[in-house]
Design a protein around this ligand. Structure first.
Ligand code: PXG
Length: 295
């Protein structure tokens, strides 16, 4: 049985779920999306994902023709139709079909679709031994060009850096901003541990405000670990005691090598391990859809 995809209010077979070649999402990458996952059948921090989706849409002046409640209902309806209890959810809103030409004024209304599928995770070994990453030559798009806070369908900036990672034989690439500060990886946020403190690049450095990143900042606080957003340079990373990445698919993954340099002892560090454990406990508890500690 093929998977069902929710498309503009209807459940259709995956092979019938098609986007027209005149859709500006395809022609120009004109659209926004979210990547969400479930734990125990419940979408992780769905409200935050939906808020980010609507913020992204507003930033590109795209009006989503559904309420957050409708989209939330549609997600669970799609999972149910597919007989899934756990899923990776891709929720996307494109500008829709229009004439050739970048002007969205010719489009006739957004295309909204929801895919619920399996999660693609990093190999287990990387979580145990840590991963190697490189710094990409490709600079993260400056906020004044296309703010990385907007989770748009324009991912070529990240894709070019990901190709650099593949060329170097590693799974992820770190991207710097145009000022030379650490921004983020192609699909993950980056953290370091220095003298017992957890540090990560501020949103103002031009990054996606990751939902896993927010969760890790909260969990650090709950565990009595000082966590701070601060500009970081590549040298801060090379000299860090520990390093890890966060993202919906990756959760928290230790980084033990950057540009061939060993980070800390070369093994996942104690604070990284503590945060991983704390994260697992949190997502396996009831109420992970809400921030930790909230009623
Ligand atoms: N930075 C970028 C550029 C991302 O795309 C993150 C950081 C982490 O954010 P979250 O909210 O997930 O903690 C992302 C998220 C995929 C996929 O299919 C990509 C992401 C998330 C889920 C799936 O490539 N990127």
């Amino acid at each position: 049985m093929s998977l069902k995809v929710w498309m503009n209010g209807e459940l259709v077979a995956a092979e019938e779920a098609k986007i027209g070649v005149y859709d500006h999402g395809l022609l120009y990458g004109d659209g926004v999306f979210e990547g969400i996952r479930t734990y125990q059948g419940i979408a992780f921090r769905l409200q935050q994902h939906l808020e980010r989706l609507y913020r992204s849409a507003e930033a590109i002046r795209l009006v989503i023709p559904y309420t957050p409640q409708q989209l939330s209902g549609a997600i669970y309806e799609t999972m149910k139709a597919n007989g899934q209890s756990e899923a990776y959810i891709r929720l996307a809103v494109t500008r829709g079909v229009g004439d050739l030409g970048v002007d969205p004024i010719t489009t006739k209304g957004p295309t909204v679709f929801i895919i619920t599928d399996k999660m693609a995770l990093y190999p287990k070994e990387m979580y145990e031994k840590g991963m190697s990453i490189i710094t990409a030559k490709t600079i993260r798009t400056p906020s004044g060009s296309l703010n990385p806070k907007i989770k748009s369908m324009n991912y070529l900036n990240n894709i070019l850096a990901k190709i650099e990672a593949s060329d170097a034989g590693v799974a992820e690439a770190l991207m710097l901003n145009y000022e030379g500060y650490v921004a983020e990886c192609t699909g993950d946020n980056i953290f370091i541990v220095r003298e017992g403190k957890v540090l990560t690049s501020p949103v103002a450095s031009g990054i996606l405000e990751g939902i896993t990143r927010d969760c890790v900042l909260e969990l650090a606080g709950q565990n009595g670990i000082e966590a701070k957003e601060t500009n970081l340079l590549p040298d801060d990373l090379y000299g860090a005691d520990e390093c890890f990445l966060t993202g919906t698919a990756a959760e928290i993954i230790p980084v033990t090598k950057i540009d061939g340099r060993t980070i800390g002892t070369g093994e996942p560090g104690p604070i990284t391990k503590l945060l991983i454990e704390s994260f697992h406990k949190y997502v396996n508890s009831q109420g992970h859809s809400k921030p930790p500690g909230s009623p």
